[in-house]
Design a protein around this ligand. Structure first.
Ligand SMILES: [Zn+2]
Length: 276
């Protein structure tokens, strides 16, 4: 009897049974995984988008579909950003569309623009909602305070600049532009893989010249060829501006987070826009 009891105590005290109790949270892509990890450090958070891939139109493996179906919570952005995940999550009581309830901007293709996480204030709402979904609303407070500080840094840093035109590869920065009074000119539409023609490139270069922009931004997860071609035609420079759709393996290895990437985005923007 005593032996059986102590065996039972050992079983409840071991790491295996604790991890069996950890909640399984499936997140569509990096910003949502980062939100979940921050508000629920004890949860088992899976990011569906592989490192170094970008999440637009991500296909799911059968195993990932299974993970979506068995998870305690599934965090995603609806509205056609990741249709395969939306299909797998449809009708599941634990799946939460974190775009719902946010003040959304129209995208270029008539759907809502999904890139809400690039505005720290809207991202704070996502963090809050994530904390509520995971049953611990107060756990969002620290991250929300950090996002408010980030918002203040952007406001101050971009208050007084020579230029306000933001020439980017894909239209990821509309919410950031909206929050800080910038004007985004995207070389492609909302999806980064669209291929413009030579005539388009000539037109884009003339648009860039007309705006007086001195920098064309490329992204770490997308080929920089288009940005370089247009910049060369327009006599502009290129620089990396990260839409945080995922971290590269280099960024992960260097310990980068949403906050460090956004701070370095701010530094890049200040330089490119000639901010004081
Ligand atoms: Zn995007």
């Amino acid at each position: 009897m005593v032996l059986i009891l102590s065996a039972a105590l050992l079983a409840t005290g071991c790491g295996g049974s604790r991890s069996a109790n950890r909640r399984a949270v499936v997140a569509a892509f990096y910003p949502l995984a980062f939100a979940a990890e921050n508000v629920a450090p004890d949860a088992n958070v899976t990011n569906l988008t592989p490192t170094g891939a970008e999440p637009h139109d991500l296909e799911l493996t059968p195993r990932q579909v299974e993970a979506v179906q068995s998870a305690d919570a599934v965090l995603y952005l609806g509205g056609g950003f990741m249709p395969a995940l939306e299909d797998a999550a449809r009708g599941r009581p634990n799946a939460v569309d974190l775009l719902s309830g946010l003040d959304l901007l129209p995208g270029r293709d008539g759907r809502a623009d999904p890139h809400v996480w690039l505005d720290p204030t809207r991202y704070a709402s996502i963090v809050q909602r994530t904390a509520e979904v995971l049953g611990r609303p107060a756990a969002a407070d620290r991250t929300v305070a950090q996002l408010e500080a980030l918002d203040r840094a952007f406001r101050r840093g971009l208050a007084s600049c020579e230029r306000r035109e933001l020439v980017t590869s894909h239209a990821a920065f509309e919410y950031l532009a909206d929050a800080y009074g910038l004007d985004e000119i995207a070389l492609t539409g909302l999806a980064p893989e669209a291929e413009p023609s030579a005539r388009d490139i000539e037109h884009l270069a003339s648009v860039v010249r007309d705006t007086g922009a001195t920098t064309v931004f490329y992204e770490p997860l997308v080929s920089r060829k288009l940005a370089e071609t247009v910049a060369r035609e327009a006599g502009a420079r290129t620089a990396s501006l990260d839409p945080l759709e995922g971290l590269t393996s280099d960024e992960l290895a260097a310990g980068a987070t949403y906050f460090s990437v956004m701070r370095s985005n701010l530094a890049v923007l200040r330089k490119a826009l000639g901010c004081r």
